[in-house]
Design a binder for this molecule. Structure first.
Ligand SMILES: NC(=O)c1ccc[n+]([C@@H]2O[C@H](COP(=O)([O-])OP(=O)(O)OC[C@H]3O[C@@H](n4cnc5c(N)ncnc54)[C@H](O)[C@@H]3O)[C@@H](O)[C@H]2O)c1
Length: 450
């Protein structure tokens, strides 16, 4: 049953392309406005920032700040780790110089803004501290306890966590009003998206200051509330889950990826996994497996790939295989056989998947989740979800974002498909009540914008 009528996912008219571009522009401008925070809220000064952790994120965040002339104290646990981080900053800048986009003098000026330290005490006078240590609640809480004890009153204490509950981090301090999430994306000196995560007690001027800082850094700051994965990763979970289920149900990785690139993504999700490393999040996931609900289906195939040593490009094989020194994903009969065997082991009859089916399952899970986020106020408005996706997740620009394309398809069509998928696949496809309401009222996501 094709309930979306004749909607064409794979070609976009010039007029629709222009509308999508106008929507993206509107969404970028709109994101900064927070309904309950006055536009003239006095901002806290941000003249000196301390970044805790000189790993992938800490270095990129430090560079983003140095790029706009803000002095940074970059704090690590050891001189070795600090040296590695500083070297990464130098290497990143050197690449930009080599590309002719930065002069050597500018590179030196920017690097001079970043001072390394192995003393947490050196964060004490910072106006803003951004914590970017390992994704570990106990570690982050111990750091926030230290920061609470040593930072000057009024310092903003931010965590770059990808998904931990920032309220639980704020709770260990005596100043939860100063604690906020600042979710940068990797590489942080390149990626334009910044999710500002509002906690239960975050003061309005802290939000306003971070949103403005994001703007100063040339980023799009989007406000989110606490929710697993905030806005971006919450939708992304739905996207990857369905892509993986599609593979368990009969599609092969290259078929899903080809459909996604035909839709407009630069890369398919399985090629992305192989690039990022299939082991990203492996430990966390393994730890969660014992206690997660058993009433629903989980996509664990990626864990099995890791157990087989198929980590992706770095191990020469993952969802694809790779020739030495070449990042082109090549079909691998061995993994295709493994997937087929796994489907049989799980009792899933494999069947051919059409492109339309593939794209609907990858896209409609995101739309449904987006509606759930809107209903709970996790995202303020549909355009915030769209701009999150356009700037942080490589969503094809010509489609204007998941909520924008949902309106174009027609919410009644989208809901009919979600209901069909719910009947067929159960739990994960429970239709969002807001989506049902909009359809009942003959409205679109755009109608929620105001
Ligand atoms: N890598 C990503 O794509 C990404 C994207 C968004 C957010 N994040 C989040 O950013 C945070 C950092 O991730 P990452 O990828 O940069 O990790 P990473 O492993 O590259 O770096 C973490 C750094 O923190 C340092 N560190 C650990 N304990 C410390 C302490 N007590 N004091 C000072 N430094 C300490 C480590 O030595 C290490 O250099 C995590 O919370 C992660 O979830 C990561």
């Amino acid at each position: 049953m094709n309930t979306t009528g004749d909607f064409d996912f794979f070609s976009v008219s010039d007029a629709d392309r222009l509308r999508a571009a106008a929507h993206a522009k509107f969404a970028a401008a709109e994101a900064i406005h927070i309904p309950d925070i006055a536009a003239d809220t006095p901002l806290r000064p941000v003249n000196h920032v301390a970044v805790i952790g000189a790993g992938t994120m800490g270095v990129g965040i430090s560079m983003s700040l140095a790029n706009i002339g803000i002095p940074v104290t970059l704090i690590e646990t050891s001189t070795e780790a600090l040296d590695r981080g500083m070297q990464r900053a130098r290497d990143n800048y050197a690449t930009t110089v080599k590309r002719g986009k930065l002069s050597q003098e500018e590179m030196n000026q920017r690097l001079a803004q970043i001072t390394g330290s192995v003393q947490m005490m050196d964060a004490k006078d910072a106006d803003l501290v951004i914590e970017a240590v390992f994704e570990d609640m106990a570690l982050k809480q111990s750091i926030f306890r230290q920061l609470d004890a040593l930072c000057k009153p009024g310092s903003i204490l931010a965590s770059n966590t990808s998904g931990l509950d920032v309220d639980q981090i704020a709770a260990v301090t005596q100043r939860p009003q100063d604690v906020v999430g600042a979710h940068f994306f990797s590489p942080a000196h390149v990626m334009r998206l910044l999710e500002v995560v509002r906690c239960a007690h975050t003061a309005p001027d802290v939000i306003a200051t971070l949103m403005a800082l994001g703007h100063r850094m040339g980023k799009i700051a989007v406000l989110a509330r606490i929710y697993p994965g905030f806005i971006g990763n919450a939708l992304f979970r739905n996207y990857t889950r369905e892509a993986h289920f599609l593979v368990e149900d009969g599609a092969l990785p290259h078929e899903v990826d080809a459909t996604l690139t035909k839709f407009g993504y630069a890369m398919g999700i399985f090629a992305v996994h192989d690039m990022a490393g299939n082991d990203v999040g492996y430990q966390t996931r393994k730890a969660q497996m014992a206690t997660r609900p058993t009433d629903r289906r989980w996509n664990d195939l990626i864990m099995k790939l890791c157990d087989l040593g198929r980590l992706g490009q770095k191990s020469g094989q993952g969802w694809y295989r790779y020739e030495a020194g070449d990042r082109t994903p090549l079909r691998d009969p061995a993994i295709e056989q493994f997937i087929t065997d796994e489907s049989a082991r799980m009792g899933l009859p494999r069947r051919t998947m059409t492109e339309v089916e593939i794209i609907k399952r990858c896209l409609y899970g995101m739309i449904n989740e987006g509606a759930k986020l809107l209903a709970q106020g996790i995202a303020l408005r549909p355009s915030d979800i769209d701009i999150t996706y356009l700037t942080g997740y490589g969503f094809p620009a010509q489609h204007g974002g998941p909520m924008f394309i949902a309106d174009r398809i027609g919410l009644a069509h989208v809901l009919a498909d979600i209901e069909r998928l719910h009947a067929e696949y159960g739990f994960w496809w429970q239709p969002a009540p807001l989506l049902q309401q909009l359809v009942r009222e003959g409205k679109s996501f755009a109608d929620l914008q105001a």
